[in-house]
Write a protein that binds this ligand. Structure first.
Ligand code: ZN
Length: 506
């Protein structure tokens, strides 16, 4: 568990944009708004004082030179300009002494003579936008009543003139309990069908034609401190048994805010800043789409002195295969592994030392994987994170110690039992009988005398060809299945940077 502190200014619980970070930053930008609210009566009337405070807040957030309303005021009302000037100068945004009508002056280079030559038209044209903005009356509908105001009149000014009775929201705790009635936002503003945040509503300047609804004010949540709580992902299994097990979802840490109210002392869940997810291992049998008769034949414990003869048989009988090489054997015969790849077959890891991984320490499991991957890459250039665990021994607990170094465990559906040397006919029968599309056959090209296999292999391939089967690599069998995620299908999937490998079972 990791915690980090942060402070947020209060904001409205009822506001539809409360989960939007942009709303919170607007609360940061104008902390004075909440403060001025708290001095209001519980059922407010829109006094001049509040209107001016809101107006000042509006100006504070606006750029003086771009604000036509401000220009209009500055040329029209000395008193208001002074008040605006005081507020803005105090906040350091705009100088009180700054000439507000500067943008309306003739451009540099124009002479007095130019004006005369234009017969004064230019002066009229220059003055026109100001007059237009000040004096153009527009109609609005406010709470059902038709009203006329000049364009760009701010909402705060309209509300100071309209007699609208609404109820202010409350100051609430982090868990939603009322701390003080009436100390929330004074009112809410809806323009046509759009609810505005309190600041946006207060600063809104009319265009004309709006249908404005002034409603009850939203609640303001008390100030609170934030701690971030992390929840680690767990390792979960999807399916009970199958020939293949692969990572169908990588684990991610969940980060959630816990808020502690500065007034109430209550704690409550805040936003989930990072959605977490468990790591999911899917275990199942492969099923080629559209019932395609695809199968894989696999050889463990090589490379060995027999392997090249396997390659010749596969070539002669038109089959591809997947070889699960032991790292220590690859290091002894790297050229044989290279020949496997050059012949169009596939190599995956069978670990380095052929350990029973379920009995290994976490460090040993990881080094068995890493060193075998390295040997295969060095000999063939092939990168793999797919593994056949020796003896098929691999449990959920073993997965938990891999640290995400393995993307898939590949077992089998048909065990030829060739390791017990039961005779050629038995090996053929074990490999072929009861086979279904998507099945994986287990044989060996290392680990002991392989003469029975070499005799059985051509028969196995021919029999299955006769039944309409096509041999493909394990990766291609997984591709044909259609359920395996894209990154796993590369054969060399690694845990993404933003993921985390769980050590706890779900
Ligand atoms: Zn083996």
């Amino acid at each position: 568990m990791a915690r980090s502190g942060a402070h947020y200014t209060p904001h409205s619980r009822n506001d539809s944009s409360m989960h939007d970070s942009s709303y919170r930053s607007s609360a940061h930008a104008n902390p004075g708004t909440a403060g001025s609210d708290t001095s209001r009566p519980s059922t407010p009337r829109f006094s001049t004082t509040r209107g001016d405070a809101s107006y000042a807040a509006a100006v504070q957030k606006s750029s003086a030179s771009k604000n036509p309303y401000l220009q209009a005021q500055s040329s029209n009302s000395k008193i208001k300009r002074d008040r605006v000037g005081f507020v803005t100068a105090d906040k350091g945004f705009v100088s009180a002494k700054r000439p507000m009508t500067g943008s309306k002056k003739p451009k540099r280079g124009m002479t007095r003579r130019d004006f005369i030559m234009l017969g004064g038209l230019a002066a009229i044209a220059a003055a026109l936008p100001i007059g237009w903005n000040i004096f153009r009356p527009v109609e609005i509908v406010i709470n059902g009543a038709r009203r006329t105001y000049n364009v760009n009149t701010p909402m705060s000014e309209i509300l100071s003139k309209e007699k609208i009775s609404v109820t202010a929201g409350n100051l609430t705790s982090v868990s939603g309990n009322v701390i003080t009635e009436g100390k929330g936002y004074a009112y809410s503003v809806k323009i046509d069908d759009k609810d505005l945040s309190f600041d946006d509503g207060n600063n809104y300047k009319i265009h004309g034609g709006e249908n404005i609804t002034i409603g009850n004010g939203g609640d303001i949540m008390e100030e609170y401190s934030v701690e971030t709580v992390e929840t680690q992902p767990k390792l979960t299994m999807d399916g009970t048994w199958g020939a293949v097990t692969y990572v169908s979802q990588w684990g991610k840490v969940e980060k959630k805010e816990i808020r502690t109210g500065k007034t109430s002392g209550e704690t409550a869940d805040g936003e989930v800043t990072q959605k977490g997810q468990d790591c999911v291992l899917k275990t199942r049998n492969l099923q080629p789409k559209d019932g395609k008769k695809l199968i894989s034949i696999t050889f463990d414990d090589g490379p060995s002195v027999y392997t090249e003869r396997y390659l010749q048989i596969l070539k002669d009988h038109g089959a591809v295969a997947t070889f699960f090489n032991l790292g220590q054997n690859v290091d002894e015969m790297p050229e044989i592994s290279k020949k496997i790849i050059d012949a169009g077959h596939e190599i995956m890891s069978h670990t380095y030392h052929h350990d029973v991984l379920t009995k290994d320490s976490a460090e040993r499991v990881q080094s068995e994987l890493d060193t075998s991957y390295e040997s295969i890459k060095k000999a063939t250039g092939v990168e793999t994170t797919m593994v056949r665990p020796p003896y098929g021994a691999f449990t959920e607990k073993t997965w938990a110690v891999t640290q995400g170094k393995m993307s898939a465990s590949i077992l089998w559906n048909q065990d030829s039992l060739d390791w017990s040397r039961p005779g050629v006919d038995k090996i053929v029968a074990n490999s072929v009988n009861g086979i279904q599309p998507g099945y994986i056959i287990l044989m060996h090209d290392g680990g002991g005398p392989r003469e029975q296999d070499l005799e059985a292999l051509p028969q196995i391939i021919d029999k299955l060809h006769d039944q309409g089967y096509t041999f493909v690599t394990v990766t291609d069998l997984m591709k044909a299945d259609g359920d395996v995620p894209e990154d796993i299908l590369t054969g060399k999937a690694k845990m993404p940077e933003d993921a985390i490998w769980p050590t706890e079972l779900g």
